[in-house]
Design a binder for this molecule. Structure first.
Ligand SMILES: Cc1cc2nc3c(=O)[nH]c(=O)nc-3n(C[C@H](O)[C@H](O)[C@H](O)COP(=O)(O)OP(=O)(O)OC[C@H]3O[C@@H](n4cnc5c(N)ncnc54)[C@H](O)[C@@H]3O)c2cc1C
Length: 257
């Protein structure tokens, strides 16, 4: 393990039902990462340290300029890190190691970039927003695909909706696995559906064939639920001719300790 950093909790806030956002301040501005990477939190638990990974949901610029870092945590019933984190108070400190992970945009991506995330698996793409905006300006075609159970579980929705509204070559899809609605309750307000995003009923895997991806000129990112990632990766490789390298993955596997 490389160096560790002592972070201080600035605040925690509800992002959606059972999803909490945490904002930490970093000890100095030397902590550097690439959008898409994750950190490992060292959770003190009954005389032991539990290591739990969380994707960085904020941009590298926020870390460099303001010394701040955000994560989003889907609360797990009886989950130890879930309990420890939600019991933290502003000013409390927490040790972190990292950054880790290869779910990062290539320097020269192919023409089309497809970013698929289930639940908090959307977080790394939020960290990429400034880069995505730059790529969109250069005419790359970008699809952000969010897989979520119901509208009350949506978060970071506004930011992706705005990106899609700004660029006709960016498409934002939301796949609801349980419930679909013509109104969305986001950030305390009902939003009516507009042209900026497309909603679907079903799992993200069922949307992929509809995107008509050309494996010659596309890279796909898959993040979140391990079962979704296995299924989607197999589908892309077996049915759509993608190579292993063209499908980047970050599985949110459960910890065994
Ligand atoms: C690379 C990586 C990145 C990750 N990024 C994120 C992230 O950005 N946000 C995030 O919320 N999580 C993320 N995770 C998952 C996270 O690391 C923890 O596993 C999760 O928060 C549960 O930890 P816990 O200590 O609260 O639960 P534990 O105490 O480890 O688990 C308690 C019980 O709940 C079960 N359980 C644990 N997780 C789930 C689940 N998701 N669904 C159903 N049952 C479960 C366990 O099997 C166990 O029985 C990531 C994991 C990896 C490997």
């Amino acid at each position: 393990m490389g160096p560790t950093y002592q972070m201080t909790l600035v605040e925690q806030y509800e992002l959606a039902e059972n999803v909490v956002g945490f904002r930490f301040s970093l000890p100095d501005k030397n902590f550097q990462f690439i959008a898409g990477q994750f950190i490992s939190l060292q959770i003190p638990w009954q005389q032991r340290i539990l290591k739990r990974s969380y994707s960085i949901a904020s941009t590298p610029v926020l870390a460099q300029h303001q010394g701040l870092l955000e994560i989003s945590v889907a609360l797990v019933e009886g989950g130890r890190a879930s309990q420890y984190l939600t019991n933290m108070q502003p000013g409390d400190q927490l040790e972190m190691a990292g950054p880790y992970g290869r779910l990062i945009l290539p320097e020269q991506p192919p023409k089309r970039i497809v970013l698929v995330g289930t639940g908090t698996g959307i977080a790394p793409y939020r960290a990429m927003l400034p880069e995505l905006r730059q790529l969109a300006q250069q005419a790359y075609q970008i699809d952000v695909v969010m897989g979520i159970r119901t509208p009350v579980h949506l978060f970071y929705h506004q930011e992706f909706t705005e990106l899609a509204a700004e660029f006709s070559n960016v498409h934002y899809w939301v796949c609801f696995s349980r419930e679909i609605s013509d109104q969305l309750f986001v950030d305390g307000e009902y939003l009516h559906l507009n042209d900026c995003y497309n909603q679907k009923k079903g799992y993200v895997q069922t949307l992929l064939p509809e995107l008509k991806l050309n494996s010659e000129e596309t890279i796909v990112f898959l993040c979140g639920n391990p079962a979704m990632i296995d299924e989607a990766a197999t589908q892309l490789q077996v049915k759509e001719g993608f190579s292993v390298k063209q499908v980047r993955r970050e599985k949110y596997v459960l910890s065994t300790n």
